[in-house]
Design a protein around this ligand. Sequence first.
Ligand SMILES: *Cc1c(COP(=O)(O)O)cnc(C)c1O
Length: 418
Amino acid sequence: MNAPSPFFPLKDGRRCVESVPLADVARRFGTPCYVYSRGALETALDEFQTALTGADAQICYAVKANSNLAVLRVLAQRGAGFDIVSGGELQRALAIGGDPRKIVFSGVGKSADDMALALSAGILCFNVESAPELDRLDGVAASLGVRAPVGLRVNPDVDAKTHPYVSTGLKKNKFGVAYGDALDLYRRAADLPHIETLGIGCHIGSQILDPSPFAEALDRLLLLVDRLAAAGIALRHIDLGGGLGVRYRDDAEPTVKDYLEPLLDRLRGRALKILLEPGRRLVGNAGVLLTRVEYLKPGEIKNFAIVDAAMNDLARPALYDAWHEIVPVRPREAPPRLWEIVGPVCESGDFLGHGRKLALAPGDLLAIMSAGAYGMSMSSNYNTRPRAAEVMIDGDQAHLIRRRETVEELYALESLLP
Ligand SMILES: *Cc1c(COP(=O)(O)O)cnc(C)c1O
């Protein structure tokens, strides 16, 4: 059981987000529905800001974790910049008035168009991941008559000991410049007329709960920083990426301070600005997926509770075998049973939880906890299911921040043959 979050309290037997009962949210906005807590978002960001007090640092929230405009705005209002991985994410960040000088652009496959968009916007830095990308960026910058600010994303070859799908800092991963190639690529960057080399960075993976691989990666990067300085290439910033995990089950969740202190210790006395790209840690435990039980199908081997949310709404269980706590919105006194919590999608992989001990009746509401990160942003329209609504709770107010899609919208871009 998760430690109770103050933003998702059980009040008089009713599960709430801040002061709003989830049953009221379901009545007003329907299900399935993502429900976020503004207070939880702000508190998560504040934990970083506090740990960074006195340091020359910038938080660049990884937009892909949850890219809703209202979420971006809440974080930007408290000083966050953004880590983007596409022109689309850049447009989101700009649409909410995000400061381009706080935006870093990551990703292994940046298109020339996206580069041009980001150069025109005047972003802080491109995290470049390969030699051909560096050349392309130099060319695009030349065509615009500007210099592109660049940091190399180096692959430090450390084991983040996380799920293989979310581990990114090993030699075998597609991400970053190989450690042994970094010096040469920096030399090459120094010779390119439209590249301005500013920094170095890494991102070793996601849902990392042990702080030590971060420190290991930083040590590897600092070795390069020193070698570069000796070669006359002085860097201005170091980007430590994202990846700090959150508690989903009974995981021992390190505090942000536990994570940052060893890193800040290593950076003390160096004239390097620190960039951080947290995603999951800022939004993961700030949201739930609210769903209703459609049918109960008790069986000989397994009991199935079929709910109205599915793998297209929350892919993490199907994709990573991820575990999310599932709680009743109105707990019942009846004796519990073990239920497979499954969606209506036509795939056996369409499950949200296995073997959950719950007392259920058809029509009950369930909250799938810790669904704020990589939930809505990874959702799809598989089975022609309109995507869920999104609601942000602010104290006793519920705000619709994305209305539910209509089926007509899902095929509006399609056309028949003449
Ligand atoms: C996904 C990603 C992040 C955010 O990762 P989290 O685990 O959500 O913190 C940060 N930086 C880069 C380059 C990423 O790809």
